[in-house]
Design a protein around this ligand. Structure first.
Ligand SMILES: [Zn+2]
Length: 253
């Protein structure tokens, strides 16, 4: 079963690459993949996740143009994160499906933000709709989600306003609101601290490698996505949410 999950992750990762390339350019996500240089459509046997990249040695079969290393990296990342999700959350299939959706969404948002400093409204909106649907089907979570939204979105909106948009963009504010909504109040406080910590580590590494100076901007959406994925695996407790919601219900009744 683990192997099937990993292979599915590679295949989904291949689709995420399509989203990452086409969504920022407003292109249709349907239709065949084409070489970016010679525009020849790519045959199915040259489009197998990870494997084809290595068989073709990272070049287009037709024009020998280099294929971005992003393709196999995103595919492998998705494969491994799907596998971890299955190992951690495999006992509750319904939640697992939701986690796999979140992971896919976070990967697409992170890589697009890394490449373009951009967080697309359509992705954030999709996250809200799917999460809302999930909460409605699992009922106990909505109030905490709204508090989380106000907390995480509120803090970043505050930072956006006092810096007049120099520290972060409105896309970051919307993404933070989504994360608060997804994780609920208590968890999103933790994700907030993870974000700071990871941003700090990335900054130190980049400064150490002299890839950056103090003026370099780090895409905040990427950092928040990494923080969220780590948090899902390291600390996330679904029981927390259920307990708190029970407390609220008792309090309200
Ligand atoms: Zn080509």
């Amino acid at each position: 079963m683990e192997f099937v999950v990993f292979i599915s992750g590679l295949a989904i990762g291949s689709f995420l690459n399509v989203l990452i390339f086409r969504l920022p350019e407003g292109k249709s996500i349907l239709g065949l993949s084409r070489c970016l240089r010679c525009h020849r459509s790519i045959a199915w046997h040259d489009n197998i996740p990870v494997v084809s990249f290595f068989l073709l040695r990272g070049r287009c079969r037709n024009c020998r143009a280099k294929i971005s290393l992003q393709y196999p990296l995103v595919e492998l990342l998705t494969g491994f994160l799907f596998l971890f999700s299955f190992l951690v959350y495999g006992q509750s299939p319904f939640f697992l499906i939701y986690v796999l959706f979140l992971i896919s969404l976070f990967i697409v948002i992170a890589v697009i933000d890394l490449k373009h400093f951009l967080i697309l409204d359509s992705l954030v909106l999709t996250g809200f709709l799917v999460s809302l649907l999930y909460f409605l089907l699992s009922t106990f979570y909505l109030l905490s989600a709204l508090y989380g939204l106000l907390f995480f979105g509120g803090i970043l909106l505050f930072l956006f306003l006092i810096s007049k948009g120099r520290w972060l963009g409105l896309g970051d504010v919307k993404f933070a609101a989504l994360l608060g909504f997804i994780f609920g109040l208590n968890n999103s406080i933790n994700v907030f601290f993870y974000t700071f910590f990871i941003g700090f580590i990335i900054a130190i590494i980049l400064l150490g490698l002299k890839k950056a100076d103090l003026k370099t901007e780090i895409p905040l959406g990427l950092v928040m996505a990494v923080a969220s994925i780590l948090y899902l695996f390291l600390n996330f407790s679904f029981l927390d949410l259920i307990d708190r919601e029970l407390i609220w219900r008792l309090w309200l009744s």
